[in-house]
Design a protein. Sequence first.
Length: 261
Amino acid sequence: MQLVARVKDFSDIIPAEMPNSRLGDADYLAVMCHEIGTPLASIIGLSHILTNMECSPEKKKQCAEMLRDSSNMLMELMKNMLDVARMDAGMTEIEEINFDLAQVVQEAVHIIATKAAEKGLALHVHIADGLPAQLVGDPLRIRQVLLNLLSNAVKFTATGNVTLYVKGVIDGDGNDQLCITVVDTGIGISEESLKKIFDKYAQGNTSTNRNYGGTGLGLSISQDLVHLMHGDIAVKSWPGMGSHFIVTLPLQKVAELLVAA
């Protein structure tokens, strides 16, 4: 299924500056212990049910599926925590290698497409004409940022669509930039929540956390990765009307790297 399309042009979305605040280490540890405890308690409880010989095959199948979901949730949380730990320790390295931009976008979109389809959401992807097919950068980290932003957009959108725009722009100093924008028609973010959206743990409010799940680590990790790649990330949002997440990264073409060498 072809999900990526090149287009001539689309309207600019102006990034907004965002604060960079963090929870204290003790608060962060307490929150993460609580988050780990939730799927872990579920795994332990379901394991007891599965070992009950009187449990029906239907019940065992249902428990096995729930056990799988809780295990995946725990694994995702652990991976995010390791990413945060590596970045806080300065151990995250950014590669500069040749990569195919469309392929990176396609890989991220295919992973998210199933989740979007399950919710009945339209998923649109537009890559602007004129972008070089081959760029220099870290495709793994760019894909990770794309996955985090697209996954969040799908999670917080009940109806409508999620759209990814990829294009080249020129910054105020005349430098080429790669601009990635994820637009959704979801619940949006309040002005107060926007102030801490990139915190280590931020999920808007407790009701949002309860209804949608997640730790909020994905956005914090995305911000750190974008900064490590010498880029910026910003968000514009309107409660009940959706959100726009905008990432700008230095756009380095393969030819430019060869000349510099």
